[in-house]
Design a protein around this ligand. Sequence first.
Ligand SMILES: NC(=O)c1ccc[n+]([C@@H]2O[C@H](COP(=O)([O-])OP(=O)(O)OC[C@H]3O[C@@H](n4cnc5c(N)ncnc54)[C@H](O)[C@@H]3O)[C@@H](O)[C@H]2O)c1
Ligand SMILES: O=c1ccn([C@@H]2O[C@H](COP(=O)(O)OP(=O)(O)O[C@H]3O[C@H](CO)[C@@H](O)[C@H](O)[C@H]3O)[C@@H](O)[C@H]2O)c(=O)[nH]1
Length: 451
Amino acid sequence: MKNIAVVGTGYVGLVTGVCLADLGHHVICIDVDEEKVSQMRKGHSPIYEPQLEDLMKKNIEEGRLTFTTNHAWGIRNMDVIFLAVGTPQQQDGSADLSYVQRAVNDIAQHINRDVVVVNKSTVPVGTNESIQQYFNQHVGELGQVDVVSNPEFLREGSAVYDMFHGDRIIIGADNEDAALLVEELYRRLKLPVVKTDIRSAEMIKYASNAFLATKISFINEISSICEKVGANIEDVAYGMGKDRRIGTQFLQAGIGYGGSCFPKDTNALVQIAGNVEHKFDLLESVIHVNNRQQLLLVKKAKERLGSLHGKRVAMLGLAFKPNTDDIREAASVVVANELIQEGAYVTAYDPIAMTNAAKVLNIEFANSVVEALQEADVALIITEWDEFKQLPLNTYSEHMRVPIVFDGRNCYTLEAVQEAYLEYHSIGRPVVGEVDLNKYLYIQNFLSEHG
Ligand SMILES: NC(=O)c1ccc[n+]([C@@H]2O[C@H](COP(=O)([O-])OP(=O)(O)OC[C@H]3O[C@@H](n4cnc5c(N)ncnc54)[C@H](O)[C@@H]3O)[C@@H](O)[C@H]2O)c1
Ligand SMILES: O=c1ccn([C@@H]2O[C@H](COP(=O)(O)OP(=O)(O)O[C@H]3O[C@H](CO)[C@@H](O)[C@H](O)[C@H]3O)[C@@H](O)[C@H]2O)c(=O)[nH]1
């Protein structure tokens, strides 16, 4: 069992640290954020991620997992140092490597022996070679540093599960011994290992995310055509997915992909290609389709209601996907800002992500689905939380002023909706239960005037 430091305790760093500790290694997690570290020391996870907190507490209690803000304390005498700091998007779409540079500098100052540095941050091709050169120049006689690229493929919301059940572990290294050491760290997981050179490992990460994003934009384009030709996207995707060469996954049509990875990594890959004078037309289209898709519900609602000015809009869901509190690059942010621009009154509800959303959105937040739907003229479903999927469908008509729902995640079957009193618009499927808006509003006005 090894002594391991993990630098950066976000989604990737914390989950990696906790899981490596659970595999029996001694792990110290280092972060510059004092508040986060003090929470984690008490066994509290700063992020919402199923199973994570229980596993953290268990490994803290069993003495294999500690946390610090002190790089010197965390780095010295380690066998392996994992790097898992953020690589956010810059204005021009390229990856911001300043956190990586800072962390590499922090690590270099404290290395006092031979060590393997394993990079889990998603970085442009060639970055890990630059990191290797930096260590060669700055660590000197104190120890030999070998840099290994080990990109991460976990999904938020199922990060712990993915760590233990991933499809593959990618190890990109120029030094065979360093690659073997990293393989050994994960051996107990019994997962397929792909060993390659550093540049190919870096590219595998971007190409994988870009391919998955392409599948999503492709199915979203097909869904728009389905709406016009009278086909049903759910059946189309099911039928396509039955072909094993296509596969069933990532064919869920919706309001586009969000999150901290696909948007930034697709943009970064366009930049990486551009740097070597390759215009990545296909990926640029994928991004363009996604940007358009995120606004689809607002466009449809506007067309249906004439104008959204002064209308009460209930937004169900804010997280970029279920089972996470993350709203980075979430469609909800784009949708809410567009609704405000259109002059609508927006009330949103999300089971977990409202605290994060309140930091960036100037809208009203409700304490429940029912509170969000109260007197609404239209409801938009943004995230497919189970809570929304399991909602009795008459809840909409019982609480909304006009029961019109635009479902961006196809949460309900058309058969179920047909049974309910509801006008239902979804993605790539026919509209169900169209109400006569004029008659509806007339009755509503009559009732409010005459009690
Ligand atoms: N979030 C995901 O699902 C996911 C999945 C696969 C890969 N990735 C990649 O992994 C990397 C990390 O992503 P994330 O979502 O975990 O990031 P994050 O922003 O959630 O966390 C990064 C952490 O690093 C800390 N940090 C920054 N500089 C530091 C330093 N010098 N020393 C110590 N700590 C420092 C920050 O305080 C923060 O807690 C990114 O490159 C991302 O693209 C993310
Ligand atoms: O069929 C689908 C599948 C996903 N999505 C959307 O795509 C986005 C991303 O979803 P998902 O991939 O499940 O979540 P992430 O946590 O962003 O994980 C992706 O990004 C990570 C960071 O790089 C990688 O590690 C993972 O392998 C990769 O799946 C979300 O907005 C989803 O709603 C769809 O619209 N349709």
